[in-house]
Design a protein around this ligand. Structure first.
Ligand code: ADP
Length: 149
């Protein structure tokens, strides 16, 4: 079953948006299989955003992402990687459609409240970076037959 890594960034936690954000993925019908509140070390943040290390915003991004607790999560479901990216919306919240998390709840690219893996391969790498196997619970919600044919 496909899995993705989502993380509510320190701004989303500070703004009290954890329940609102998690509720959107629950209501959609995806399954939460891992979750923890974690303040990322610089090493973890630099690894997670390694692809951006030459970008001018990298230092600020690492400072921000390590500035307070995040809610790191793994969600499961058919097509969850691409679907979660749509639910999250475009990187710059000013370009995110209304109805998306960033479109509804954020205004600034450096404070866009949530991360979502951009591809299945990246998702698997990010899941292993942030979680140990034993921190994930494979389970089948009893509502599944009412959500998936
Ligand atoms: P996404 O989070 O939508 O996958 P990217 O991988 O392109 O976007 O960028 C990672 C994160 O880096 C963004 O979510 C945002 O927090 C930050 N970021 C991207 N571009 C900028 C920018 N121009 N200025 C400040 N922060 C940025």
């Amino acid at each position: 079953m496909e899995r993705t890594f989502l993380a509510i960034k320190p701004d989303g936690v500070q703004r009290g948006l954890v329940g609102e954000i998690i509720g959107r993925f629950e209501a959609k019908g995806f399954t939460l299989v891992g979750m923890k509140l974690i303040t990322a070390t610089r090493e973890l943040a630099e690894q997670h955003y390694g692809v951006h290390k030459e970008r001018p915003f990298f230092a600020g991004l690492v400072n921000f992402i390590t500035s307070g607790p995040m809610v790191a999560m793994v969600w499961e479901g058919d097509g969850v990687v691409a679907s979660a990216r749509k639910i999250i919306g475009a990187t710059n919240p000013l370009n995110s459609e209304p109805g998306t998390i960033r479109g509804d709840l954020a205004v600034n690219v450096g404070r866009n409240i949530i991360h979502g893996s951009d591809a299945v391969e990246t998702a698997n790498e990010e899941i292993s970076l942030w979680f140990k196997d034993e921190e994930l619970s494979a389970w089948t919600p009893c509502l599944t037959p009412w959500i998936v044919e």
